[in-house]
Design a protein around this ligand. Structure first.
Ligand SMILES: [Fe+2]
Ligand SMILES: [Fe+2]
Length: 177
């Protein structure tokens, strides 16, 4: 399994997501994984300008699709791919993003894209009440839910957002800490 240890290698792999889809629509979302990550990071930067870790987790949250994870497992695969470079918080948020979707589907009238609705069943479906309680008690539950809301909003075909080059210096800043 791929795990990133330096920013250049990460940037190269991430840039290669241009034109790569999690699955063809309607099973997958209509934007490619590069655009989806960039949109998600940009949304989180607007909503949580002081939380660079959350923004970066949004940027990389679906990288598991690109490093060999099958759909139900892509959160965990992605988390382990980014952990050596981005650290535990970003990795843990990436790892929680599918659980956050299952949580939101269980606790509110949560509107999902067609692709997200179809994949939810493969990912374990809505959480049981016990799972809801356990998830909500986690230290990063609020951030994971914020990421997942941005995830759902980051599927707009043709939306212009800052490119990967904008994020590279921020990644360097973050991983130096
Ligand atoms: Fe995902
Ligand atoms: Fe996503």
């Amino acid at each position: 399994m791929i795990a990133f240890t330096d920013v250049d290698a990460f940037a190269k792999s991430f840039a290669a997501l241009d034109g790569v889809f999690d699955a063809p629509p309607p099973l997958g979302d209509p934007v490619d994984l590069l655009a989806h990550g960039l949109q998600c990071a940009d949304i989180l930067r607007g909503r949580y300008p002081g939380d660079l870790g959350l923004q970066l987790a949004g940027l990389v949250h679906d990288i598991g699709h690109a490093v060999g994870g099958d759909d139900p497992d892509h959160a965990r695969t992605g988390a382990e791919a980014v952990r050596p470079l981005f650290g535990d918080r970003v990795a843990d948020l990436v790892g929680l993003h599918v659980a956050a979707k299952r949580y939101l589907a269980a606790t509110e009238d949560y509107e999902l894209s067609e692709a997200s609705r179809l994949s939810l069943a493969r990912q374990g479906d809505v959480m049981t009440p016990d799972e809801v309680t356990a998830f909500a008690a986690g230290p990063e539950a609020a951030a994971a839910i914020a990421l997942r809301r941005a995830d759902e909003d980051a599927k707009v075909v043709g939306r212009a957002v800052p490119g990967l080059a904008t994020w590279i210096p921020r990644i360097h800043d973050y991983v130096r800490r």
